[in-house]
Ligand binder design. Structure first.
Ligand code: CA
Length: 223
């Protein structure tokens, strides 16, 4: 999953980030409400973890702003105070659940799992022509024939499929698939697009992955 964590306390942020990355999630960190809002609005995340106590815009206002913007990503709030008032305000602002600090990492993972069970994580396959990917099982088929992708290849294809018929810049792809802190001068996107083309398009008369000169890449059904 791709997760945004908004937390100003460096040690708490790195503890959560490290733990979630060990569980194979990609984690972006924002250190205040403003940065959190900008990231949540510009990128598609599977989960937002918002600390309530933040400098400037606090977690509750941030959650409210995110929901007003029409972003329905699940939100887990972190609160230092175990008060009913804080919980009610958090849930009223559009959060799905909250966790009181200090918490164990196991508890955080359990809350995340519960949240997705309740939310019924979308299991609809994504399609482009005869290409189909199943986000949960990570099964990829073209014309019914199974294609085996490495994790980053799958993440790249999923990113393209979620934005079918839209041009994505290298920077957008880089941020979405590799995370914010990746060196923007890298050619990792082009390299992985080539890997994908080998596996997805090679040998098929209709090519699905298109290079848009000067702009980036897109996946679409026809020319
Ligand atoms: Ca804080």
């Amino acid at each position: 999953m791709k997760i945004l964590l908004v937390e100003d306390e460096e040690n708490v942020a790195s503890f959560i980030k490290k733990g979630l990355e060990e569980e194979n999630h990609t984690v972006d960190v924002a250190v205040d409400g403003k940065e959190g809002f900008l990231k949540a609005a510009s990128m598609e995340y599977d989960l937002l973890i918002l600390d309530i106590m933040l400098p400037g815009v606090d977690g509750i206002d941030l959650c409210r702003l995110i929901r007003m913007k029409g972003i329905h990503t699940p939100v887990l709030m972190l609160t230092a105070k175990d008060t009913v008032e804080d919980k009610v305000r958090g849930l009223d602002s559009g959060a799905d659940d909250y966790l009181t600090k200090p918490f164990s990492f196991e508890e955080l993972l359990a809350r995340i799992r519960a949240l997705f069970r309740r939310r019924q994580f979308p299991v609809e396959p994504l399609r482009c022509g005869d290409l189909k990917i199943e986000p949960i099982t990570r099964k990829v088929t073209r014309s019914g024939k199974e294609i085996y992708l490495r994790p980053k290849e799958f993440a790249l294809l999923e990113c393209l499929m979620k934005n079918k018929n839209k041009v994505l810049s290298r920077t957008q792809i880089l941020r979405d698939v590799w995370g914010y802190n990746f060196d923007p001068t890298t050619n990792v996107v082009d390299v992985h697009i080539n890997f994908l083309r080998e596996k997805i398009d090679r040998g098929y008369p209709t090519k699905l992955i298109h290079t848009v000169r000067g702009s980036g890449y897109m996946i679409k059904e026809d020319d």
